[in-house]
Design a protein around this ligand. Structure first.
Ligand SMILES: *Cc1c(COP(=O)(O)O)cnc(C)c1O
Length: 419
């Protein structure tokens, strides 16, 4: 559920007309709804209310804007980070280090040092080499790193190949059959205290069965680790729950269904459970607002050319996935349109042969469900400035990331004196 609705013929974000934001901030622009973010945060916490002190760490990569992180921090969320930059953003948002988890397959020594100096809760270790480097870094810092071993449970999450992370051939995690030896090695290494295990099998999951299969493997592993005399006090269950992008498709499992499954599968584990939702919290809480530059009749089809492009929202180009496209002031009737951006790539396409309400040059449209993996994946290809972000809360809004200026973009290049 979200708070983007047509009222009196015009789409609003909560109490603010999107046309007003377009006039005042310009397009393209990401618009987030604070009410939707809060609602999703509360629904997720509610779904886990049967668990003892779960830690919900928002996957920062889904939407790293510091204002968004601050809002989620106020809702009791921690942060799951995968780079020093993300960690700094979480800290800048006021999220306590004791609520920050550092994941990722390629942490550098510098990132490890920064994480240890910040005093974050836990690093999720993904390989033998990383464990040994972390031990050396922690020992040099005179500190002890609390770690979980990220397990690759070898389950097929049933999602797109590019966002599947829990199969044996994926780069993530330690193969299940090597975890016990690595845990024992960790327990013996200086500067390391293993406290648990973690898994994250993929994103945009529409089926709870693979998650349940992965969690069951973690549960059995916890039992084996304890039998071997190891201490296991936390298990990180990752993120990955899917959200509805295409209103024509069946709905994904609800947070409540997920919470009930988790409660059933983890009964008796006697650990603190951690969760890392990203898309589920932020996805429906944002839209990419764009203007129609022109409607062009090609030889075989009509193109609606927007002022937003693949550099602003890359998901359709990268994954071939669906984003609903809605006119901000819908007109009567229908048209079949191929909706594209102005970038010089044929792949710069938001929808092909899509039936939408008719649009004309100058109209505003929304690419829906763009609050996660939207602005965060934006770039400047074709020398297009980075897209701004706006947060709406009730009847007010603020720009939470300014549009990059052309001067900033060009000025970042350095020309050697010798040219
Ligand atoms: C990306 C990621 C998540 C979040 O995934 P969502 O599908 O957005 O919930 C959680 N944990 C890790 C380790 C990730 O890489």
């Amino acid at each position: 559920m979200d708070f983007f609705e047509v009222k009196d013929g015009r789409m609003h974000a909560e109490g603010v007309a999107l046309a007003r934001i377009a006039d005042e901030v310009g397009t393209p622009v990401y618009v987030y709804s604070a009410g939707t973010l809060r609602r999703h945060a509360r629904v997720f916490h509610e779904a886990l209310s049967g668990l003892d002190r779960p830690l919900v760490a928002f996957a920062v990569k889904a939407n790293p804007n510091v204002a968004v992180l601050k809002l989620l921090g106020q809702e009791g969320f921690g942060a799951d980070v995968v780079s020093e930059g993300e960690m700094r953003r979480a800290l800048a948002a006021g999220i306590a280090p004791e609520r920050i988890v550092f994941s990722g397959v390629g942490k550098t020594d510098g990132e490890m040092r920064a994480a240890l100096e910040a005093g974050i809760l836990q690093l999720n270790v993904e390989s033998e080499g990383e464990l040994r480097r972390l031990s050396a870094v922690a020992a040099a810092c005179g500190t002890t790193a609390e770690i979980a071993i990220r397990v690759n449970p070898d389950v097929d999450a049933g999602t797109l190949a590019k966002i599947s992370t829990g199969k044996a051939e994926n780069k993530f995690g330690v193969p299940l059959d090597r975890v016990e030896a690595l845990y024992a090695e960790a327990a013996a290494l200086p500067g390391i205290r293993p406290i648990g295990v973690a898994a994250h099998i993929g994103s945009q999951l529409f089926d709870l069965a693979p998650l349940e299969a992965a969690y069951a493997k973690l549960g059995a592993l916890v039992g084996r680790l304890r039998s071997a005399g190891q201490v296991v006090s936390r298990v990180d269950l990752g993120g990955g729950l899917g959200i509805p992008y295409d209103p024509k498709l069946p709905l994904p499992p609800s947070p409540a269904d997920y919470g009930a499954m988790v409660e059933r599968v983890t009964k008796g584990w006697d650990v603190r459970l951690m969760f890392e939702p990203g898309r589920l919290i932020a996805g429906n809480a944002g839209v990419l607002l764009a203007r129609v530059v022109t409607v062009k009749t090609g030889a075989t089809r009509s193109f609606v050319v927007l002022d937003a492009a693949m550099n602003d929202l890359i998901r359709p180009t990268l994954y071939g996935v669906y984003h609903d496209i809605r006119a901000v002031e819908p007109r009567a009737g229908e048209m079949v349109a191929t909706v594209v951006g102005p970038v010089c790539e044929t792949g710069d396409m938001f929808a092909e042969g899509r039936t939408i309400t008719p649009v004309e040059e100058g109209d505003l449209v929304c690419l829906m469900t763009a609050g996660a993996y939207g602005a965060t994946m934006a770039g400047t290809y074709n020398s297009r400035p980075l897209v701004p972000e706006v947060l709406v809360d009730g009847d007010r809004y603020s720009v939470i990331r300014a549009r990059q200026t052309i001067e900033e973009l060009v000025g970042a290049d350095l020309v050697p004196e010798w040219l």
